[in-house]
Design a protein around this ligand. Structure first.
Ligand code: PGA
Length: 245
């Protein structure tokens, strides 16, 4: 049985003054039957870890190298040292803003695993790709090239995030979500074997909110959510936590 994951992605939002929201989320996480994770800016990882014992702390990126002359970057060991257990890798915003390729995401995932972190590897299509019926090809290609060989149910989460659904209020239909999540599951089983393939969690991200979470999380092979905007406020995120667990 895969345990559901309620993962927040705070993106470039949040300062220590927002920790009262985290305290309120911590109470909901205490009674939840799912894993609750907040992937926050690096400046807050330590504070989440200290202030919210029921919430797992995560980061939103790490460098592919372990150390060295990379001004402004942060290594997997450093986010681990700050208290992170998970790191989001290959988010479409980083692929677009920072030119991250599948190869780069694979290298970062290897670096994260070497540091003992769990990686949430993001895949997703643009609206043009969906309209031209290329969604599954794109997802399959991203998975093959971004996910390294040593994946396990413990060290990997795959996040399906249609780019056109992120921050837009738009979401695919539940049939469309189910089609992609089933496809990801089959690809994982083929590549890593049935045992591993069945144990990796596949979460949905892209305008998940308190209103649509129940419907989306009931879809087959949806093992939770990667939530941006609706993870910033406890009133929203707590509803999502409750729906998932
Ligand atoms: P959103 O973001 O929930 O604000 O659409 C999701 C994400 O980018 O992870």
């Amino acid at each position: 049985m895969r345990r559901k994951l309620a993962a927040g992605n705070w993106k470039m939002n949040g300062v220590h003054a927002n920790l009262d929201e985290v305290a309120a989320m911590n109470d909901a996480a205490a009674s939840a039957d799912c894993d609750v994770l907040l992937c926050v800016p690096a400046t807050l990882i330590n504070a989440i870890d200290d202030a919210a014992p029921n919430i797992i702390a995560g980061a939103q990126d790490c460098h592919q190298n372990t150390s060295g002359a990379h001004t402004g970057e942060i290594s997997a060991d450093q986010i681990c040292d700050a208290g992170a257990e998970y790191v989001i890798l290959g988010h479409s915003e980083r692929r677009a803003d920072n030119g991250e390729t599948n190869k780069c995401v694979r290298e970062k995932t290897n670096a994260a695993w070497a540091a003992g972190l769990k990686a949430i590897v993001c895949v997703g299509e643009t609206l043009d790709q969906r309209k031209s019926s290329n969604t599954l090809d794109i997802i399959g290609g991203q998975m093959a090239a971004s996910i390294p060989d040593m994946a396990t149910g413990e060290n990997l989460v795959v996040a399906y995030e249609p780019i056109w659904a992120i921050g837009t209020g738009l979401t695919p239909t539940t049939d469309e979500i189910g089609e992609v999540h089933d496809f990801i599951r089959i690809r994982l089983e083929k590549r890593f074997g049935e045992g591993v393939g069945r144990s990796v969690r596949i979460v949905y991200g892209g305008s998940m909110n308190p209103k649509n979470v129940a419907e989306i999380s009931a879809v087959s092979n949806v093992d939770g959510g990667l939530v941006g905007g609706a993870s910033l406020k406890a009133t929203d995120f707590n509803t999502i936590i409750k729906a998932l667990g």
